[in-house]
Design a protein around this ligand. Sequence first.
Ligand code: ATP
Length: 886
Amino acid sequence: MTGTREKTQQWHAQAADALAAELGVELATGLSAAEVAARTVKFGPNALREKPPRPRWRMFADQFADFMILVLLVAAVLSGLMGDAKDAAAIIVIVVLNAGIGFVQELRAAKAMAALKKMAGSRAQVRREGQSLDVPAEEIVPGDVLLLEAGDVVAADLRLIEVAQLKLDESLLTGEAVPSEKTAAALTAGKLPLGDQRNIAFKGTIVSYGRGVGIVVATGMQTELGKIAGILDAAVEPATPLQKRLAVFGRWLLIATLAICAAFFVICLLRGQPLVLMLMTAVSLTVAAIPEALPAVVSISLALGARRMVQQHVLVRRLPAVETLGSVTYICSDKTGTLTENRMRMVVLHATRPLRFDAEPPPEIPASEPWPSLMRALALSNDATRNEDGTVSGDPTEVALFKAAFDAGFAKAELEKAAERVFELPFDSDRKRMSTVHRHDSGFIAYTKGAPESVLPLCRAALGEQGEASFDDKAMLSTAEGMAAEGLRVLAVAQRHWTAQPHKDEQGIEAELVFLGLIGLIDPARPEAQSAIALCRSAGIRAVMITGDHPATACAVARQLGMQGEAVLSGPQLTAMNDEDFAARVADIEVYARVDPAQKIRIVEALQKRGEFVAMTGDGVNDAPALKRADIGIAMGKGGTDVAREASSLILLDDNFATIVQAVREGRRIFDNIRKFIRYAMTGNSAEIWTLFLAPLLGLPIPLLPIHLLWVNLITDGLPGLALAVEPAERGLMQRPPRPPAENIFAHGLWQSILIVGLAVAALSLGVQAWAIETGSAHWQTMVFTVLTLSQLAMVLGMRSERASVFKAGLFSNRPLIGAVLISVALQMATLYVPALNTIFRTAPLSFAELAICLLLSALALFIVELEKLLRRRWPRSKRHSQRAA
Ligand code: ATP
């Protein structure tokens, strides 16, 4: 392959064989692994080039581009100029340590996000070494044979060599909104505009219908998309709603803090304190008051949460979903595969009489008509394939029918020898039926199968023992409904003979049919879905089933799952309703049956208008608009299409409803933990401000030096703060109602608690200061310093739960937190007892009695936190508040 550029113009004019020869590939088997490896080296990955991510040194340097840090650096320079080099050095060391912590956090978050992105990358079906494989789209090379089906995003530029009603949405490249029908035939030579290259499938376009096979002619930047896209900016994660809100809050806090510090500065100056010391103290106070770690803790909590969710089979595509999951009030879920196991099995056959297969031993299939014809229809009008190892793959409905026929001695492969398929009208969920046409000795035979109400009206007769007999489609429809009421998926099967090959058109083939029989398939409800639905109920979340199946089938399954099976609405009923009528009823409905995917968006919108926060699942091409519209769109990882994945925020790797509920729980936990960190960090800051601010008013000397404040902040927010992010879920997490999406993070009295508990802890430090000065201890400053640090470490233990007592929940259940607290205590002790640090921190080794007093007072902070929780539990602020506690 040389001169790709010039040749791309002409791929469309070549015959398939010539093309395969030129690209060095055998169409039937595809490339060999060795060939793929060689071409990967030659052509590189099949990806559009992105700007390289921020280098690490940049990430580290960016830690200093913070207003607070700059203020601190100025302070350091200032004290250096004033001749206090040691102070300056200490401040710089602390600033660098702080930046180091920030850097490590950011790096961890970035790594977690990169891993997620890789996992969410698109994949493609290729034929290599005679097998069909599912590979990451990046690994495709020119010459690969690619298989396309509805819902795929085309992974590279392909010259099509086989198409079955393949239609591509090329609007991305051509702006043309109507999908264009593709062909496999060679076109006339010459330069053609992209829109006219009808045998080429371009990278990035979407398969909206049908299927096809093509040879890759260009990858990555060589594709048409690559040429116009140029180099993409690496996708930057947009800030989540919480991050945005916190940024606004941060600005306000900064202003408020500056005001407080200015006031402090002025008051102290008036009291005759030295100017430089006061300036430095005011600066340190500002630094102490701002929770710098907050944005980092939020992003790391979200990123680590997303990583943890992968272990629970949920892949996060958009980070904001992690924090908003806790607000979900409605989960609208597909039935098949999500609420059920997607393991269909035929349990009833009904032709001239019913035969049940769920009993032992299974009945014999009678030798007289219509039974053999019915079984032949099941085997032949079937898209499942038998693999070499004897397993059967394909759509679960098709697989079930294949197996039923096979077990009864009707093997598809055998029958096809005498009845080769000439063409088909594929299944789609709008028509709810499919037909195949076969050539056999006396002419042609067409089989049609599908939903009873879509097939039975097309039948004019039924096949009986003596040949064609009269047929009552109404009676058969009510038989079908009876079967559906047992929770079975029911299909009707019919046939028609032709002497000459019929034209490939719907009206012609699917008319005047002869009815063969009904089939009832069971798809067991997932046992775990039942408990998940109960959990939803306790968590104030409504579970809603949306299915293409018959209402009776849907209701029966819904009841098995413990849902309200009576509240059902069918697609046709929904179509007949106007928006107002629907809005009036939407809150009562738990089951939607026979809906087509386009109606899902109406359901989402109606719920959202009522203020609900909706999670919605989907897997098909037509589901994409509803997935995008939902507050949280959830695509299926096993069965889902690329298009659905790209429209969604989460991908369910195991297609299981219970996993969605698990993800909601995880979302609630993460949000809780962020709130806990805010409570902890801000209460600590509030204690520091109170201490510094009140001391002069109480006639005490300034309790702490700037270096002390910086240190307290560094060690209390750093490790213990991070450890809060891994706090396990609180009991009762799924027994409270969802958090309103617009609710302020400081709701439920967080503000007040920060101020009051902070004041109480400040009282401890001020108390120790007053006492020490009173008793003439020279170590009063070291003692205040120690109490302020250790009391925050005691506080964090209590703040692990927002309402419940930690003495009940287990004081030591978060190991990383205990470790973090121990390390921090050790560091604090080092500042007291390591002589070199004594000079830097201006501390002195405390006597045993002094240390004991500090430890006792600090431990009191835990009890202050617990007391506040006790009071809140006793006297809830509002009804809503008490519900949260319930
Ligand atoms: P769910 O929403 O529960 O996943 P669905 O929307 O996927 O279900 P469809 O697959 O669209 O449901 O099926 C709708 C109806 O079409 C079925 O109830 C059945 O009657 C009919 N049907 C399904 N699969 C086939 C098939 N392979 N051949 C013929 N008819 C089918």
